[in-house]
Ligand binder design. Sequence first.
Ligand code: ATR
Length: 299
Amino acid sequence: MKAPALTQAEQRITGRARLAGVLGWPVGHSRSPLLHNYWLRRYGVDGAYVPLPVKPEDFATAVQGLKAAGFRGANVTIPHKEAAYRIADVLDESARRAGAVNTLVFEADGSIRGLSTDGDGFVASLKAEGLKLARLDRHGGLAQPHALLLGAGGAARSIAAALQATGMRVSVTNRTRDRADALVEALPGLGVCPWEDWEKALGAYDLLVNTTSLGMEGGPDPAFCPSLKAAGRGLVVADIVYVPRKTPLLAEAERQGLQTLGGLGMLLHQARLGFLEWFGVNPEVDDATRDYVLRGGRS
Ligand code: ATR
């Protein structure tokens, strides 16, 4: 039987294809294969990106195996981000700040470079949406904006570090105070707001970011919807949760006329850097990309 001709939308994988993938356990929920293969087709790159379900105890063996098999690198997701940090020979500034690695690059000299693109992905998404965090001081000049992060896990750390690097003041609030204090130790200059007080204190902030899984479908509390009554009119409310696209927190912010930012942008922007490293093209994050990933690849 004659094979059908390739259309422009189909993937071309030759013997010289560049390879990358995502290491996770489990990995079935990851949208990264969908996203990277969409970009590979769109830019006509001879390459493939595959899911790599790897148990924690097999992580180091798998990484060495991928390197030996000629892979260009891999994304790393839960629960491997700390192990990836340890296995990297060279850490980028972003990875050092975040204390974790979500992107591995296998260099031509055999070394492994580790990057953390989550925090920078969040900042890029904020900029791409054109959200302005402007706060005026008493004299009508521009004051340093202040961000409040809900949560003190790995996502909070990488976002806090990336926001600090932009010159913003950053505070965290967390149900378990010890974890918030540990974050301050890792990232000097960070402020802490007690978990019981943050809703009342919102007027002091220009950006609120939910870095927890509260509000996520299937998470610990999908209905999570704090009061935003104390917010100033200029507050930007961001959520890193992207399922559902509009979390109860974002819906409440919209009802109050506040600017909002959903989690999908961060997911797409954090992926850009890895794609550029492995496949040599800086892909665009636009509505077509967003729609494709949201539809789960169905046309
Ligand atoms: P990640 O590395 O993806 O950020 P994590 O390290 O498990 O994930 O962190 C999850 C964050 O969500 C933590 O800040 C956690 O708060 P605790 O440190 O108190 O556990 C927060 N979180 C999870 N479920 C929560 C809940 N029901 N109420 C409040 N905070 C919650």
